[in-house]
Design a protein around this ligand. Structure first.
Ligand code: MG
Length: 263
């Protein structure tokens, strides 16, 4: 069911979002070559819980961690791994969902570890811009196909990267995954029409090569999604609110770039 949020519900989601934003700002300073991925998990969980919030991914379909940590060719849902250290040149994606006082929020970010190659710099930039192209299309009266098309056209037609089809954005609030499903590809003018008060995530996963992915179904993992061809992947995700004044980013980390998207 699609719910339209009241001002009070938006305020609760903003408070949960502020915790995620603070966590990502903390990670921005923490992430560097040599850092153990386990430390990303423990420090993030500590940050969330010490700010009166709950890490919602713990217990979701048996998942054990506050964060997913996906490196290089890992697209999403990677596990924090004790002893796995980040290396110079890596791209690490950290995704989390938190709840606070009835509000919920979801945001993933890609971090560059030390100095990354020019190709991976370009992947980072295109993935970030892909998300913004989707957000810009998320205006009242547009359809979800307009959002998906904006992302796909930019990532694939203009930049020659792969735009993952298998994982999507989603409605959010009161729980983590609500209707509608927000595809990151599509046909302009098709799909559900966007309305004021909807809260959704936009979270394209962009690959250097094919958009196709494979999931690790081994007993010791069972979660990690990787690119099918070993190319690298980058992802950015914001929780947004559709308003008559345009899309608003609840999880913004960048008040300068995001000035027009702030509530
Ligand atoms: Mg997420």
């Amino acid at each position: 069911m699609i719910t339209l949020k009241s001002d009070r519900e938006v305020q609760q989601m903003k408070e949960a979002s502020d915790v995620i934003v603070g966590m990502h700002m903390m990670l921005r300073d923490l992430i560097k070559p040599g850092l153990d991925t386990w430390e990303i998990e423990t420090k993030s969980r500590e940050y969330i819980e010490s700010h009166g919030a709950i890490p919602s991914q713990i217990g979701f379909e048996g998942f054990k961690y506050a964060t997913t940590i996906s490196i290089n060719d890992e697209v999403a849902h990677g596990l924090p791994r004790k002893g796995l250290k980040l290396q110079n040149g890596d791209l690490v994606k950290v995704d989390t969902v938190v709840e606070k006082d009835g509000g919920i929020s979801d945001s993933a970010w890609t971090y560059k570890v030390g100095t990354v190659s020019p190709e991976h710099e370009r992947l980072y930039d295109v993935a970030l811009e892909s998300m913004y192209r989707g957000i810009d299309a998320a205006v009242v009266g547009n359809r979800l196909g307009d959002v998906g098309y904006a992302i796909q056209h930019y990532a694939e037609d203009e930049n020659g990267f792969g735009d993952v089809r298998d994982y999507t954005g989603h409605g959010i609030g009161p729980t983590m995954h609500e209707d509608p499903q927000v595809l990151h590809y599509g046909t302009p003018g098709h799909g559900l029409r966007l309305k004021e008060g909807m809260t959704i995530t936009i979270e394209p996963m962009i690959n250097t090569g094919t958009w196709e992915v494979i999931t690790d179904h081994s007993a010791e993992d069972g979660w990690t999604v990787r690119t099918a061809d070993g190319g690298w992947s980058a992802q950015f995700e914001h929780t947004i609110l559709i308003t008559k004044d345009g899309p608003k980013i609840l999880t913004s980390q960048d008040p300068v770039r995001d000035a027009k998207y702030l509530l």
